[in-house]
Design a protein. Structure first.
Length: 186
């Protein structure tokens, strides 16, 4: 009798565990789908069969950052513009000399006096993203300058190639940038 009760108890407990496991798996799946949807909304991507693509077409211009004079500066500059005229400038893999008042400019001919100031450079390494003000056409500028206002000296500059990418590769670069931004905010 005792063995029958133990067997029945074990069977009931096993059944309850299976049901609890199924319920937990359903909840986990629902949470994962919700997280995926939130990530798509945040990064501006849509997913189809596991492939994420940014919404809309992006135009991307790239350049390599280099130092001015004895100053060290390196990294990749990306200026991207979406069809709705939302534009950003990204300094990726950034490595520049630390300066007390570094500013980032979208410039003409590498001249910060013929430029639009995008903001203060708050870091000397990593990735920095700047919004380009509405009404500014990034295609009208051919360079980026990092300038120290306090000492009135150039730290780094980059000159864009004349062409822009308007392809699937450019879209994927934008997605990578969005993924980097998501990683920095977590």
């Amino acid at each position: 009798m005792c063995n029958k009760l133990t067997a029945i108890s074990l069977a009931l407990m096993s059944g309850l565990l299976v049901l609890a496991g199924c319920s937990a798996m359903d909840s986990k799946e629902k949470m994962m789908k919700k997280d995926d949807k939130m990530m798509e909304e945040k990064s501006g991507t849509s997913s189809s069969k596991g492939i994420s693509k940014p919404k809309g077409m992006w135009k991307v211009r790239t350049a390599k950052l280099s130092g001015i004079g004895s100053h060290q500066a390196a990294g990749t500059v990306l200026v991207s513009t979406e069809k709705q005229d939302v534009a950003t400038l990204t300094l990726a893999d950034l490595s520049v000399d630390r300066v007390p008042d570094g500013r980032v400019y979208l410039a003409k001919g590498g001249d910060y006096t013929k430029a639009v100031e995008l903001g203060k450079l708050m870091q000397s390494s990593g990735t920095a993203v700047f919004s380009i003000p509405k009404g500014i056409a990034p295609g009208d500028y051919d360079s980026v300058v990092i300038w120290c206002k306090k000492f009135n000296v150039g730290i780094g500059h980059a000159f864009f190639e004349n062409k822009t990418m308007d392809t699937e590769a450019a879209m994927m670069e934008k997605k990578m940038k969005a993924d980097m931004n998501d990683g920095m905010t977590k």
